[in-house]
Design a protein around this ligand. Structure first.
Ligand SMILES: NC(=O)c1ccc[n+]([C@@H]2O[C@H](COP(=O)([O-])OP(=O)(O)OC[C@H]3O[C@@H](n4cnc5c(N)ncnc54)[C@H](OP(=O)(O)O)[C@@H]3O)[C@@H](O)[C@H]2O)c1
Length: 310
């Protein structure tokens, strides 16, 4: 079984290798999935660079990847909600960069037949983040007006759409080149951060501000936009100096969130929520390296997906 692993921390072209791995056994509660598509996330890039090594030590060779979609090939004896042959969406702790993954059954749901493989794989982490942040971290505290910074990104674009589904007023910022995309997703107001100061334009207007920019670059503007006493949510680090009274929250994955619940919601909203896919690359080591190198820069909006030929 072919997998794409890193042999060390470092540059993509120096550390990615193709390995032939032994299939893992499937116990009572697990499921084996033949992967047809997997997504590359900014988190994978940080892991490969060694930026997370103080919190998460990897054992090499390590197979990155949390998000995938494919076909069930084996189920444990206690698994009832999927069967061999089902098309599924997978959220794994790691290991989706390859032909196969074995995951606990509660981390997969059936993929709607109308959902493409690339959308199924590309939506996983961005959707889990969106859903859990809005539904569980904030819940009723979110208020009526929400600012999404990084609204053109994988997480930001789903946030805009999910918040509009919930009837919120959505203020948004991203680069000028992505204004059309963000408006089409439903944002009520838009400011291009590379043309104007979103902090001044939307000062004191949002009950909740979510900084979904890459690396959390919009904290200063976000604090200006938050109403005093509102919520400021960071997907990366919180601003070092909190300049306004408010509820400062750091979002991260939590064992209290149910992947099954969130991914089921994703499948239920499939017809209403758009996952932007920028690139679909063939199932090859060169594709994985090229995807990582692109994500290190400032690529056009949309997920990069590695997909097996139909
Ligand atoms: N804590 C968690 O559980 C969690 C979960 C998922 C993601 N994340 C993190 O959240 C961030 C967003 O993830 P993603 O997958 O949505 O990334 P993404 O698709 O690459 O989106 C990045 C966003 O950042 C914006 N951006 C890039 N450079 C910027 C700059 N200099 N100033 C302002 N905005 C800028 C982009 O806007 P333009 O392209 O329009 O400039 C885009 O909207 C990443 O840092 C990721 O690691 C955290």
């Amino acid at each position: 079984m072919k997998r794409f692993a890193i042999k060390d921390y470092g540059l993509a072209k120096e550390v990615f290798i193709e390995i032939e791995a032994e299939p893992r056994p499937v116990d009572e509660t697990h499921v084996r999935v033949e992967l047809l598509a997997f997504a590359i996330n900014p988190y994978d890039v940080a892991l490969r660079q060694g930026a997370m090594r103080d919190f998460r030590t990897l054992k090499f060779p390590y197979v990155l990847g949390n998000d995938g979609a494919g076909i069930v090939t084996e189920v444990g004896s206690e698994v009832t909600h999927v069967k061999v042959g089902d098309e599924v969406i997978v959220h794994a702790v790691g290991g989706t960069y390859g032909e196969e993954v074995v995951v606990p059954s509660k981390k997969i749901v059936k993929k709607p037949l109308t959902m493409s493989w690339e959308v199924a794989a590309g939506g996983v982490t961005p959707w889990l983040t969106t859903y859990n942040l809005v539904t569980h971290l904030l819940g009723d505290k979110i208020g009526e007006t929400v600012m999404v910074q990084g609204a053109s990104g994988a997480v930001g674009s789903l946030l805009v759409q999910f918040l509009k589904e919930q009837g919120k007023v959505v203020l948004a910022s991203a680069s000028k080149r992505n204004e059309g995309l963000v408006r089409q997703l439903g944002a009520d107001e838009f400011v291009a951060y590379d043309e104007a100061d979103a902090g001044a334009a939307f000062a004191d207007q949002a009950d909740t501000v979510i900084d979904a920019t890459k690396g959390g670059r919009a904290g200063e503007a976000g604090m200006e936009i938050m109403k005093t006493g509102g919520n400021f949510v960071a997907l990366n680090n919180l601003p070092s100096e909190q300049k306004k009274n408010g509820n400062y929250l750091s979002f991260g994955p939590s064992k209290t969130y149910s992947d099954f619940e969130a991914l089921t919601a994703f499948t239920e909203l499939a017809d209403k929520i758009q996952v932007n896919v920028a690139d679909v690359l063939p199932f090859a080591l060169t594709s994985v390296i090229s995807a990582h190198e692109k994500l290190e820069g400032h690529p056009s909006a949309g997920k990069i997906i590695i997909k097996k030929a139909d």
